[in-house]
Design a protein around this ligand. Structure first.
Ligand code: SER
Length: 311
């Protein structure tokens, strides 16, 4: 029982996490799964299976047949998509997590579940948002992520399942695109800068949010699962951040590399309201202290690396 299964492997995080897990633990040790057939490297470099993570029986069969000891449960609906169809977001996010936790409980697996800065709401302190604080999310995405954190804690306390997770900020990457989040602007801006020299941003120039470059997000997912259990006071889920960005700051950084780049603002009120309800800067001291979290990339090194890959 020592293989690793990843749900939502074709998504923004999964498509970077799976290759790294395969490098570390071996190609045949990592079973990538997704609800859609993938044509990418992920489907070819190791075992890939179609899997609907809301189907507990199917998850159970995959875990049993591949002798899985750790599940990275990444399949989820993000914030902006969730507001378009909140019932669908609730159903997918909660029923898949519940299915994975039940399988983990009966088959003795550990579970990693990504949570998000979306668990916070407008009543939360905005600057240096503490690990343990007021949590009253106003999006369906945030509600499912907060309920998910509590459910994971419950499965640990009640059934002894080794559940762990982190609250990711916006993730910036050049692999698979993000699937309908409020922080997607920080990825879109790079593609538009390289392709068109111009970006129309759906958030206002001063909207500040926590962000992280994908290599740090991948390292965090692996490090928290490898951390010594006894050192963990928190489990679900650790605040994590690497940088705080506004569209104005990131466009100025991109202009250092592409001087002709321009940005305009065409604000989407739904995503602006979501962003305004989230913190400006979260405090990730608990992750630093309990399992040694430390990001490698800041705005300068991330921008240079992103543009290097996209050009
Ligand atoms: N990136 C996510 C979103 O914007 C937040 O976790 O929905």
């Amino acid at each position: 029982m020592n293989n690793i299964l990843v749900t939502g492997a074709g998504g923004q995080l999964g498509s970077s996490l799976v290759p790294k897990l395969r490098d570390l633990y071996g190609n045949s040790q990592v079973i990538a799964t997704d609800i859609r057939q993938l044509d990418s490297e992920i489907a070819e470099s190791g075992c890939f299976e179609l899997l609907d993570a809301t189907d507990a029986e199917a998850v159970g069969e995959a875990v049993e047949s591949h002798q899985v000891g750790l599940i990275y449960h990444l399949a989820a609906i993000l914030s902006a998509t969730g507001e378009r169809d909140p019932r669908h977001a609730w159903r997918i996010n909660m029923s898949s997590l519940e299915a994975v936790l039940e399988v983990a409980r009966h088959q003795g697996c550990a579970v990693f579940t990504p949570s998000s800065i979306g668990v916070f709401g407008s009543g939360t302190p905005k600057d240096l948002t503490p690990q343990d604080t007021v949590m009253q999310p106003t999006t369906m995405y945030g509600i499912t992520k907060l309920a998910g954190e509590l459910l994971c804690n419950y499965y640990h306390r009640k059934f002894g399942v080794d559940t762990r997770g982190v609250r990711y900020p916006g993730l910036i990457s050049h692999g698979a695109p993000p699937g309908g989040g409020t922080t997607d602007w920080a990825v879109d801006i790079f593609y538009s800068a390289v392709e068109d020299g111009h970006y129309d941003c759906f958030l206002g120039p001063d909207t500040k949010l926590d962000m992280m470059y994908m290599p740090d997000a991948v390292s965090a997912a692996i490090a928290v699962m490898e951390a010594d259990q006894d050192a963990l006071e928190h489990r679900n889920a650790f605040n994590l951040t690497a940088m705080q960005l506004t569209p104005e700051m990131l466009s100025a950084e991109i202009q250092k590399h592409l001087p002709g780049f321009t940005i305009d603002y065409d604000i989407d009120p739904v995503r602006q309201a979501i962003a305004d309800s989230w913190p400006d800067r979260i405090d990730d001291e608990a992750a630093r202290k309990e399992w040694g979290w430390e990001p490698l990339f800041d705005i300068e090194s991330m921008t240079k690396d992103m543009l290097g890959h996209l050009k």
